[in-house]
Design a protein around this ligand. Sequence first.
Ligand SMILES: Cc1cc2nc3c(=O)[nH]c(=O)nc-3n(C[C@H](O)[C@H](O)[C@H](O)COP(=O)(O)OP(=O)(O)OC[C@H]3O[C@@H](n4cnc5c(N)ncnc54)[C@H](O)[C@@H]3O)c2cc1C
Ligand SMILES: *[C@@H]1O[C@H](CO)[C@@H](O)[C@H](O)[C@H]1NC(C)=O
Ligand SMILES: *[C@@H]1O[C@H](CO)[C@@H](O)[C@H](O)[C@H]1NC(C)=O
Ligand SMILES: *[C@@H]1O[C@H](CO)[C@@H](O)[C@H](O)[C@H]1NC(C)=O
Length: 494
Amino acid sequence: MLKRASIRAGLLGVVALAGAFADCADDSSADYLPTCRAITRAASNASTVYYPGDPSGHYAADNEHWGVTSSSASACSVEPGSIADVVKILQIIAATRTPFAVKGGGHATNPGFSSTKGVQIALTRFNQVVNNAATGTVDIGAGLLWDEVYSALDGTGLTVVGGRLQGVGVAGFMLGGGYSWKTNQYGLAVDNVVSFELVLPSGTVTTVTSADADLWFALRGGGNNFGIVTKFTLKSYPQTDVWGGVALYSTQYVDSVNAAAAKFSATAPDKKAVVLPSYSNTPTGAIVIGLLIFYDGPSPPAGIFDDFLAIPYETLAVQTQSFVSFVKSLAYQPDGARMRFSSVPVIQWTDSLLKVVYNESQYWSARLAPLEDPPPSVSWQLDTMDPTYLSHGASSAWPPTRAHPFLPGALFFSWANKSSDSAMLDAFHRSAATIRAAASAEGQDIAEAWKYPNYAIEDTSLQEMYGGNVAKLRAIHARVDPHIIMGLAGGFKF
Ligand SMILES: Cc1cc2nc3c(=O)[nH]c(=O)nc-3n(C[C@H](O)[C@H](O)[C@H](O)COP(=O)(O)OP(=O)(O)OC[C@H]3O[C@@H](n4cnc5c(N)ncnc54)[C@H](O)[C@@H]3O)c2cc1C
Ligand SMILES: *[C@@H]1O[C@H](CO)[C@@H](O)[C@H](O)[C@H]1NC(C)=O
Ligand SMILES: *[C@@H]1O[C@H](CO)[C@@H](O)[C@H](O)[C@H]1NC(C)=O
Ligand SMILES: *[C@@H]1O[C@H](CO)[C@@H](O)[C@H](O)[C@H]1NC(C)=O
């Protein structure tokens, strides 16, 4: 059993979020009720429109997000039950120019990226998992969560390249890139797509494959700019039991853990082995060093994780288990209601850079603590990757170049009080800048370390994420969505 500190460290544990919505002071959502009524009239009986106060709980569930700061009280929510109804909904939205949102798993932390005061589309009825054994592919409805997909495939001996933690949605993850437990072996999630079923902004339904140069490029990392995806078809791969879990260390051993993590990151001993280090505060202000450890097999070969296992740990909860039980054990729910991620990619997590990150965790934990009681939760979560991980796919919207492997890192902070927002957002920017500057100072070419759209904070520029692809993506967007219908939905916009 893990103790309280580990829950706060953000590695395990569930804290139910209040059903409240953030920032719903103004009531402009009422302006969009006529659009909602038009959708109610036009949609078939496969679909349902829900209004505030809906006693069935669907309206609340459709608007709910992992973070309360990502939720908004919409005029109505709609759960389309057919592609024809998605088309009708999009056409009504386009004709009335109503703000809308499309939600997959609702794990975006930037406000308004999958929420709206207008029409909240929740794709929960697109929930089919179809294992096509003959073609080695799996069809996955765009409303599913990854753990639901893994549950459906459990026992088949197969899996797909998808999300790492419980609760993350298929759609947003896929459209942003997708770092998986399998990425060392098979690349990003977008490198494993066979086709997308897409409702274009024009209302045309199409299946996008590698034969369709522009949309194929744009959908693999370009977010929600090109239409509403209703189904992803992914390659399937064999899946055995896995070995993995969580290790936690006290700061007494930070030098040893950093050294082991830097060595693991630099040497990448085995493509089936993954270690994700993190530094997180506890309510008392102490820092806890966490590792998510994974081996894609029932037991790791001797030696791979020895450096870590030799360090005295506070907790070690690692075991052989099914893939789905491993993912479900990583139920990751923050204490605070308000939150963001921020992307901090580097070329390599060296020992000296890990020292900087650790110092950042100490510094900001202390500095932000006076804001709230209990203090804000702050966490620096780093990825290590095999240096070949970008070689499994070809040119895509993200990343803009695959010549230089780089490692994503994320700052994740959560807090309780709106009055702390500006201090917290400032801390994100300053800490990310400190880490990137330190990487640069030790000679890393961070211009080639692209910010990851699925971790990037809302004011990140397109250039920082998409680099030389921005112009091409703008041109594709202009052709596919000339009336800027997808621009009525939030997110990073071309
Ligand atoms: C606990 C946690 C763990 C995470 N772990 C990982 C990880 O291991 N690897 C990783 O790469 N990322 C990870 N992420 C980041 C994750 O990829 C993003 O949060 C992603 O946006 C989640 O997708 P979603 O469907 O849940 O999000 P949503 O908030 O539902 O959607 C995100 C974006 O996608 C758009 N969108 C959703 N559905 C559709 C659709 N059908 N058609 C068009 N656009 C659509 C939305 O409009 C929005 O802009 C994690 C995030 C959290 C909170
Ligand atoms: C939904 O509509 C179809 C076609 O109009 C009809 O056959 C079906 O019985 C309806 N289902 C329900 C539950 O009303
Ligand atoms: C720790 O981080 C803070 C904030 O970035 C910085 O001012 C300080 O110099 C750092 N200390 C060390 C020892 O690096
Ligand atoms: C939130 O901020 C308000 C105003 O500054 C303050 O009164 C309140 O105590 C704060 N709440 C917490 C949990 O810190």
